[in-house]
Design a protein around this ligand. Structure first.
Ligand SMILES: [Zn+2]
Length: 151
């Protein structure tokens, strides 16, 4: 979750919040596939499925091609194949599930609603050091459970 007023209070951000979040998601998914594959002794390969949006489809496809060619700031992308697959979310239950998780996360951070979020929170990826499958980008010292549990 990005605290936009905090993160974007200074100028000079080359990415929109959506592009920033997409880059973070790609990196996190790459790490998940790498680490989970190592844990089970298999090379895991993943595909990103994205709700279709003509404007964002072009931008995300371009970003993903660049990540495959150059890597992101922190890692090469070796375990995510292709560019995102854009689908009609009304026909794709997994995209609807992702929307529900996004809704629950947003309601937790913006409205302190815990019911849905507490049901999905145990499913976020973790290492021995803490939760890594979700991150709260905000001021240092935040006391929310995500920041407290962050690796
Ligand atoms: Zn926090």
């Amino acid at each position: 979750m990005i605290d936009k007023p905090f993160v974007y209070k200074s100028a000079g951000h080359p990415y929109t919040p959506f592009e920033f979040a997409f880059r973070e998601l790609v990196q996190r998914y790459e790490y998940f596939l790498r680490h989970r594959g190592a844990a089970i002794g298999q090379s895991l390969i993943g595909l990103i499925v994205q709700d279709n949006n003509d404007t964002m489809a072009r931008r995300l496809t371009g970003m993903m091609r660049r990540f495959h060619a150059e890597g992101t700031r922190w890692t090469h992308i070796d375990h995510i194949i292709e560019t995102p697959l854009f689908v009609d979310s009304h026909l794709t239950s997994m995209v609807q599930m992702a929307d529900l998780c996004g809704y629950a996360t947003r309601r937790f951070f913006e409205n302190s609603e815990r019911d849905l979020f507490d049901r999905i929170y145990p499913r976020f990826d973790r290492t021995n050091h803490g939760v890594v499958g979700i991150r709260h980008y905000t001021a240092a010292g935040c006391a929310c459970k995500v920041c407290r549990d962050h690796a």
